[in-house]
Design a binder for this molecule. Structure first.
Ligand code: ARG
Length: 262
């Protein structure tokens, strides 16, 4: 089961980058931030686009300080820092704002690509960025909001999976509702115990993050509460989007950010 989930949900990043090819499967027909709408970077100024140099958008991320971006471990695994640059401060992933190369990347030592636990990683930028109207550092939540709390997930995830190559150029946003991991692992939803305590879910009928949104922000009360990690398809009934739980990973993020400064 674990293996199936990890395969189903996250190979598309590699597939798009041309490193992995996966057969189309019946779980992943729907695309992009599902059920969302166009938004602007000014409304979500912490959002960044993680890109392969000279390539296209690959994953989302969130700026948390003058030179650190938080993303998903599965966006970084197998790559060198020199592979990436990050675009900040633009509503469009392919132009505008500023583009800065990655200097160092690191992901959680306990990240497990089968269970998707500890799906968090950091990028240190080669240059520092100051805050502007379109670029802001987001605070890390200390506690997971209660089940039912509205949260916004944003990204440039693909419009449809595998059958459609183009990504929305304009940042998309959608509101979903927090489901804590115990509730998410309960009979109320379809995942069962593959949802772990390092994760938090968010759900709304017909609304979800999707492939290419990975690594991006789930925000409630102006704080980063989750990192887009996995899901069975996108916006499937009773299958919430699953996120790395930022409060659980907060200490690692802070300690590791410090270590990256040296
Ligand atoms: N692993 C996917 C990616 O690499 C993100 C999947 C999120 N899926 C979801 N249904 N919320 O982009």
């Amino acid at each position: 089961m674990h293996r199936v989930v990890a395969l189903l949900v996250c190979l598309v990043v590699g597939a798009r980058a041309g490193t992995v090819s996966v057969a189309p499967n019946r779980y992943e027909r729907e695309g992009r931030i599902v059920g969302g709408e166009d938004t602007t970077i000014r409304a979500h100024p912490y959002q960044v686009s993680l890109q392969k140099k000279g390539g296209s958008h690959m994953c989302g991320g969130s700026l948390i300080s003058h030179n650190i971006v938080v993303t998903a471990a599965h966006c970084l695994q197998g790559y060198k820092a020199s592979t990436f640059w990050v675009r900040l401060g633009s509503t469009l992933y392919n132009e505008g704002g500023v583009r800065i190369a990655a200097e160092k990347i690191i992901y959680h030592e306990k990240y497990d690509h089968q269970t998707m636990q500890f799906d968090v990683g950091l990028i240190k930028l080669t240059e520092s960025v100051l805050e502007t109207e379109d670029i802001r550092y987001i605070e890390l939540a200390r506690t997971t909001p209660e089940t039912g709390t509205p949260a916004v997930v944003t990204g440039w995830g693909s419009k449809c999976h595998l059958w459609c190559m183009s990504l929305p150029k304009v940042l998309q946003a959608v509101t979903v509702y927090i489901v804590d991991w115990m509730k998410c692992a309960s009979d109320a939803y379809k995942y069962g115990d593959i949802v772990k305590d390092t994760m938090v879910c968010a759900y709304e009928k017909k609304k979800d993050a999707c492939q290419g949104d990975s690594g991006g922000p789930l925000v409630a009360n102006d704080q980063l509460v989750g990192i887009v990690s996995w899901g069975y398809g996108c916006a499937s009934d009773l299958m919430p989007g699953v996120y790395a739980d930022v409060p659980t990973l907060r200490d690692w993020i802070i300690e590791t950010s410090k270590a990256l400064q040296n």
